[in-house]
Design a protein around this ligand. Structure first.
Ligand code: URA
Length: 328
């Protein structure tokens, strides 16, 4: 019965939709049948078309309101559907080899699978100077972040500075400009550095600072860098620290604290002197944390004061002139 055939097709589509399928591949015959039920009533002029079209149809397409009347051709599953079990006398098809996640094809993006990256190899940078190091970073493909970056954000500042700041990794603005801390959080960091009596753009080693990050490429959607990404990138940062030889390092937030020193918990650790080798390290809040509370003046002020306390400890260590004590 034509009506029951159309209902059968609609029922199949509805069941697939209920099962989470958004797309069903229809044979040309079924597609025509749903689009044009009158034409579909005419007997076929020749043998049925066995070629499957890749034109998909969503299960909630309005086309399903048509009343098909012709013989129902099989509804073919979309790519990714669980295939039906083989017939009893058909030799079983061997399972395809497992595909690593890094090369899996994404039907959503329709992009070809990316070639897998080489396994992480040890990186001995002991002999590299600034030029060689920057060149290696520019060409780096040690982790997945190289696939989505616009620029490698190597670092910026006075390469003989007394003080080094280390953040998490580039955000959108940094990725576009190839420079660290140039977005909103960066502008606040620039003010914090100025409040210390220093200048992030100065070429004078006594005035300038050096700024770098745990990872040199932007993690997508500004997520935190993952362990593998930090492992891949840290040799570059460690070499930068060796080359700058700062008298002190400020870690901005939980991420550099975790990946550079293996310590978790910025709230309980900030303000306490730690060490990276023989270099004193001061962990403090990331400027983005201060900005996050900008709609709560009380919290914003509290966090600012904590960071300022931490920075004054650094100023004292570096014997920079301290501002007069705050009035309570
Ligand atoms: N946040 C960071 O941690 N680093 C940057 O470079 C910018 C924002």
């Amino acid at each position: 019965m034509p009506e029951s055939i159309s209902h059968e097709l609609l029922r199949l589509l509805a069941a697939m939709k209920a099962g989470g399928r958004r797309v069903a591949w229809l044979s040309d015959a079924n597609r025509n049948l749903l689009r044009n039920p009158r034409a579909a009533m005419r007997p076929p002029a020749g043998p049925p078309d066995a070629t499957m079209s890749r034109t998909g149809m969503t299960a909630d397409s309005s086309a399903t309101t048509a009343m098909p009347t012709a013989r129902l051709a099989p509804v073919m599953p979309a790519a990714g559907f669980t295939p039906p079990p083989p017939a009893a006398n058909t030799p079983p098809v061997p399972a395809p080899p497992a595909v690593p996640a890094s090369v899996r094809f994404s039907p959503a993006s329709q992009e070809p699978p990316a070639a897998p990256l080489a396994p992480l190899a040890p990186l001995d940078l002991a002999a590299t100077d600034w030029t060689a190091l920057e060149g290696l970073c520019a060409a780096c493909k040690r982790c997945e972040l190289c696939r989505t970056r616009h620029h490698v954000v190597f670092g910026q500042g006075q390469r003989n500075a007394r003080l080094m700041f280390i953040g998490e990794g580039p955000g959108h603005d940094e990725d576009m400009q190839g420079l660290p801390f140039v977005g909103a959080a960066g502008q606040l960091l620039t003010k914090m550095i100025a409040a210390m009596g220093l200048d992030r753009l100065s070429e004078d080693p006594a005035q300038g600072v050096y700024i770098a990050n745990i990872v040199k490429c932007r993690p997508p959607h500004n997520r935190n860098p993952e362990q593998r990404e930090a492992d891949a990138c840290l040799p570059y940062l460690r070499r930068q620290i060796e080359l700058v030889k700062p008298e002190a390092i400020v870690l901005l937030g939980a991420v550099p604290l975790q990946y550079l020193l293996g310590i978790t918990g910025i709230t309980k650790t900030r303000g306490q002197w730690l060490n990276y080798g023989d270099i004193p390290v001061m962990p403090t809040f990331h400027p983005a944390l201060i900005l996050r509370f900008s709609n709560s003046p009380q919290l914003e002020r509290e966090n600012k004061l904590k960071v300022w306390d931490d920075l004054q400890k650094v100023m004292a260590l570096l014997k920079l002139p301290l501002p007069p004590p705050r009035k309570q």
